[in-house]
Design a protein around this ligand. Structure first.
Ligand code: COA
Length: 337
């Protein structure tokens, strides 16, 4: 490929993995003051998968990544950039989970780093992969969203412990000269003035690890659920309308609307605002809960494995998460079935 030929970034494959253990709403009823009825009605979630204590985020990521690389028809040594979106890294400071994943996959001597954008991490990562590929710096990017979210959940707090699950999704984003295969557009944004809507207060430079931190439970995720919910609906509706309008694509032309899987009511509200048909909207929240950065690639993998995702299908992704961050993307699937 000569440098004068325009290069586009194409999603060549998808893969995902969830740990086998299931935490059902009935299990949660025994742990906190909640009910299956309340959880299903307010969130749409019925169960989520939880990793064993000796399983790390990188272990989940490696399983998803192996499938994605194989489905892209690549050898591991053809990957030249490894990105891992996560807020539950193997180690909080260093090394990055992307470095651990690279080592476990036998991908050595290539750039590897983590992306911290909470639930928006995978779509943020897509924009990074696109930029690296279109500039000619990289050819095959392994992009992973992986979370062992259970490691930061307080299972005595009913307002958060019902929501989250563990899992990983991965995609290979590769260079192509075929414009029709390329990512069409990505919006990614943030507003740090809402930082306290969704956060883990420790450990970090503000609250380094200490006995007090543990006693106060500052290592657990805290969320202003209702405020976050309202802002998510408003922001996402505006963002997806903008990306569709900007690219002159009417909502009915989208084959698969793949929203972040946080709460069925948020998905439904945004889908309704876009006048999406039910068959266009991908919903997996009932079986996985909110898996943060893993949720979008896991949902794409679900429709891939069901045989519903075909080469050339147009996807609209949208996501919202801690930061606050949000992002949307328009892209065709450019993988083999
Ligand atoms: N079981 C039973 N009752 C519960 C409960 C649970 N698991 N969790 C909270 N409640 C109670 C609250 O204590 C409150 O009781 P009160 O009225 O007596 O004070 C009541 O239910 C309503 O709480 P509220 O927080 O207003 O409920 P909600 O309708 O907003 O639903 C969430 C709560 C968390 C499901 C919802 O706000 C949500 O999904 N938020 C956004 C999540 C998100 O998008 N995150 C960003 C991306 S990761």
């Amino acid at each position: 490929m000569s440098r004068s030929t325009p290069i586009y970034a194409a999603m060549r494959s998808i893969g995902a993995y969830v740990p086998p253990k299931i935490l059902s709403n009935a299990d949660l009823e025994k742990m906190v003051d909640t009910s299956d009825e309340w959880i299903v009605k307010r969130t749409g979630i019925r169960e989520r998968h939880i990793a064993d204590p000796d399983v790390a985020t990188s272990d989940l990521a490696v399983e998803a990544a192996r499938d994605a690389i194989a489905r892209a028809g690549l050898e591991h040594e053809e990957i030249d950039l490894v990105l891992c979106a996560t807020v539950t890294p193997d180690y909080f400071n260093m090394p990055s989970t992307a470095c651990i994943i690279s080592d476990k996959l036998g991908i050595r001597n290539v750039q590897a780093f983590d992306i911290s954008a909470a639930c928006s991490g995978f779509v943020y990562g897509l924009s990074i992969a696109k930029a690296f590929i279109e500039s000619g710096m990289k050819r095959n990017v392994l992009l992973i969203g992986a979370e062992k979210f259970s490691s930061i959940v307080d299972y005595t707090d009913r307002s958060t412990c019902i929501l989250f699950g563990d899992g990983a999704g991965a995609a290979v984003i590769s260079a192509t000269e075929n414009r029709d295969e390329g990512i069409v557009d990505i919006h990614a944004s943030a507003d740090g003035s809402y930082a306290d809507f969704l956060m883990t207060p420790a450990p970090g430079s503000v609250h380094p690890a200490s006995c007090e931190v543990i006693e106060q439970g500052l290592q657990y995720v805290k969320m202003k659920g209702n405020e976050t919910f309202k802002l998510a609906v408003k922001t996402l509706t505006k963002d997806v309308k903008e990306i569709l309008e900007k690219n002159g694509i009417p909502a009915e032309k989208i084959d698969h609307f793949v929203p972040h899987q946080a709460n069925y009511r948020i998905i439904k509200a945004v889908g309704d605002a876009l006048k999406m048909r039910e068959d266009q909207i991908i919903v997996t929240v009932e079986k996985y809960g909110n898996t943060s950065a893993a949720s979008i690639p896991m949902a794409i993998n679900d429709i891939y494995e069901e045989g519903r995702l075909r080469y050339g299908d147009l996807m609209l992704l949208d996501t919202f998460g801690g930061g606050l961050t949000w992002a949307s993307a328009l892209l065709p699937f450019a993988g083999k079935n």
